[in-house]
Design a protein around this ligand. Structure first.
Ligand code: PLP
Length: 376
């Protein structure tokens, strides 16, 4: 099997699987006062510390959630319910993941003014465009670090730094799901008040996410109840999943540069072979994160190609996995020409992928171009 759909989800690492099993066996409730509870609580705190360290944050700034979708919903709806009582403008981008975009749509219906900053003609983002969209009436700026469909890296550090300097009361939220553990990341350098993370994109289990909330920032919680997570997120903690998240994060710590170098080599080979194959167009470019690459195979519908590749046990994605059955609006936002939009596939790498696998993919695409063209 060749798995090139790592932006949709990653295979849990052996360490993460072991940690989940250990967490299931040590079944105490972290809120219980006895030893079993204490042991579970200590495991959760160790995971919290690992995630905090990866962001250069303090462990008390990390809160566990069920997924990044919950993190972003809490960040956006919570910001609207706090700073949004006085300030009614939200700045975001036109290429956000639905977990952010749909929240902004809902708030727009409630009367907020939402400004969706678009990429420039060449598909890149300019920090100035995000900065100039914010004003004194802006309660929240919510922008992703890495786009999940093209790998485009957005200039968040520059934009958030300038915005926080000009408008200190404006909250800044960054969906770092596709950049976490792939790019060096510091919450402080990013000037983010809130960050969303997900475990299953970094070889951890599904169903667990986290939020970084800068010390001193207060946003109301969505879940009320027993007061877990220091009152911020009620509900008994999922100890096994938290432990799996912590283990996945620890395993990747210290190897960001080395892994980036490896996937950069894979991307270079992919781009080289695409350049040599007639009919393949690159959507992503050298400035995108090398883990995520969108390409278009002229004349072949992406879903048809996806299933052709699947028969050869090569797994890619057609656009974003979250927009199953729906056309991606993000690809259009990135100015991909009309005649290519239905032919875009996403090839997303992880550190385990090899150049041989990339060569097999391009071989299989060439085969598809020949055999599917005959059917037409
Ligand atoms: N944000 C981005 C950029 C993503 O790619 C995804 C998942 O595809 C999410 C958020 C949602 O993450 P989760 O599945 O943990 O809710």
């Amino acid at each position: 099997m060749i798995y090139f759909d790592n932006a949709a989800t990653t295979k849990p690492s052996e360490g993460a699987v072991r940690a989940v099993i250990k967490g299931l066996e040590h079944f105490g409730n972290p809120s219980s006062l006895h030893g079993l509870g204490l042991a579970a609580e200590q495991e959760c705190e160790a995971a919290r510390e690992a995630i905090a360290a990866a962001l250069g944050a303090r462990s008390e700034e990390i809160f566990f959630t069920s997924c990044a979708t919950e993190s972003s919903n809490t960040a956006i709806m919570g910001s609207a319910r706090s700073v949004g009582k006085r300030k009614k403008r939200i700045v975001t981008t036109s290429v956000e993941h639905p977990s952010v975009a749909v929240c902004c749509d809902a708030l727009e219906e409630q009367g907020f003014e939402v400004v969706r900053v678009q990429p420039r003609e060449d598909g890149t983002y300019a920090a100035e465009d995000i900065i100039s969209a914010a004003d004194n009436n802006t309660c929240l700026v919510s922008c992703m670090l890495v786009n999940n469909e093209t790998g485009r890296i957005l200039p968040i550090e520059k934009a958030f730094n300038a915005i926080k300097k000009k408008f200190p009361q404006t909250l800044t939220h960054c969906d770092c799901v596709q950049g976490f553990m792939k790019l060096p990341l510091s919450a402080k350098k990013l000037s983010a008040d809130i960050i969303s993370l997900s475990a299953h994109k970094i070889h951890g289990p599904k169903g667990i996410g986290a939020m970084y909330i800068r010390k001193g920032v207060h946003i109301p919680s969505l879940l009320l109840g027993g007061g877990q997570e220091k009152g911020f997120r009620s509900g008994t903690e999922s100890v096994p999943l938290i432990m799996g998240f912590g283990a996945a994060c620890s395993e990747l710590t210290g190897s960001i540069a080395q892994r980036l170098e490896h996937v950069s080599r894979l991307r270079a080979r992919l781009f080289e072979l695409c350049g040599q194959t007639e009919g393949i167009e690159l959507i992503s470019d050298d400035d995108c994160l090398p883990y995520i690459n969108s390409i278009a195979v002229r004349g072949l519908r992406s879903e048809v190609l996806l299933h052709f590749l699947e028969q050869r046990e090569i797994y890619v994605s057609s656009g974003s996995a979250c927009s199953k059955g729906k056309k991606s609006t993000v690809i259009k936002e990135f100015h991909v020409p009309d005649d290519l939009r239905d032919s875009v596939i996403r090839v997303s790498f992880c550190h385990d992928n090899t150049e041989d696998e990339v060569e097999s993919l391009i071989g299989a695409i060439s085969e598809a171009q020949k055999s599917l063209a005959k059917i037409k």
